[in-house]
Design a binder for this molecule. Sequence first.
Ligand SMILES: [Zn+2]
Length: 442
Amino acid sequence: MAGEHRAAALRTGDAAAAVMGRLDHGRLADMNGNAAPGVTGDGTARTRLERGRGALGPALQLVHTGRAPTRAVLTAQLGVTRATAGAVAAELAALGLIRVDVRPTAEAGAHGRPSHRLAIAEHGPVALAAQVHADGFRAALVGLGGRIVATAPACETVDADPARVLGSVVQSGAELLRETGRRCIGAGLAVPSAVAEPEGTALNPLHLAWPAGAPVREIFAAQVREAGLTGPAFAGNDVNLAALAEHRHGAGRGARDLLCVATGHRGVGGALVLDGRLHIGSSGLALEVGHLTVHPEGRPCHCGGRGCLDVETDPLAFLTAAGRTPGPEVSLLDQARRLIVEEPDESRVRAAIEALIDRLGLGLAGLVNILNPDRIILGGLHGHLLQAAPDRLGAVVAERSLWGRSTGGVPIRPCTLAHNSLVGAAELAWQPVLDDPLAALA
Ligand SMILES: [Zn+2]
């Protein structure tokens, strides 16, 4: 019924009518079948309509990030009446975004009654997510809740022409859309480079053969249109996007000043999420943590410096420190990860783990002094290093940072999401829907 009502409202071209109808008539205001209290006069109904429309985005964000598992929690979190929360949930369900499970949970709701469960709709729309890194590229479809619905096999060589790579990755995403029959709300791309804003250019794709300043967002958007997809297209730095995904769905949940440092396949990146928003600086270039000096006598860096975090703590640095000559069969990240997981006590591997942790700790301590985060999350190889010697890294950071010893140190955790940059790329595409579901989907 709700779906039909919604379709009718959309055919009239008045998206808001879907909410208005539901809230005015009151019949859907309360899914228990109780008439919504107070929906009598026009004024009250209009107020509730405005509140209801304005609450759709915040409500969807709560369900998306797992913070509203029931309608009772949604009501409390939104600070609206039970009737408004019910209407908002029904509208999101009618849009095909969430599912309202009428089988009540065991826990009682705010009024002592069992509350309906809220979940992401199983067959709802998806974002096309794409990631390019030093060892290849991959496409995926990502639904609400950061759920990866389908992934295409990773490709392992990255052409020097960004248009060819982005064309291939969009094609494999479009193929996934055809196979799954899902509706696509937009596309997001993660690249291993700072992305200048507002231009959307990849300023320093150091570990790709791409030209510096390649207009990646424009190229990606053109490929998305060429593939016949209609939604908007976005692009961002891979570690920024990983941090955003972890903040919403993973190891960063609940942190207020979240610092993320990660090494994927080559190089080291950083990101900061403040009050739920990525801090990207005045032109998109903040948190270039890879070029902090952590070993003044260390190896030369492509930035012109020496002993940067970027070249002292990435997978190549680890393999070299462990006395291994990297082979071409799998990515550097996989080779390094395998050594840490399978041979952590072999003497050269152990020495390499400790040397990299000490250098990483020095870099993190400097960042802690400047940024005062309430949590640090580590991605890629750094997460594995942390797990291989959990106490050592915390001790180095506490020892080397100004407030480290007196405050007991900043919690440091490994990232928990598989493919967090891909999930973060999808978050970019989902953002317009999260901000205003009716406007984005109408
Ligand atoms: Zn450098």
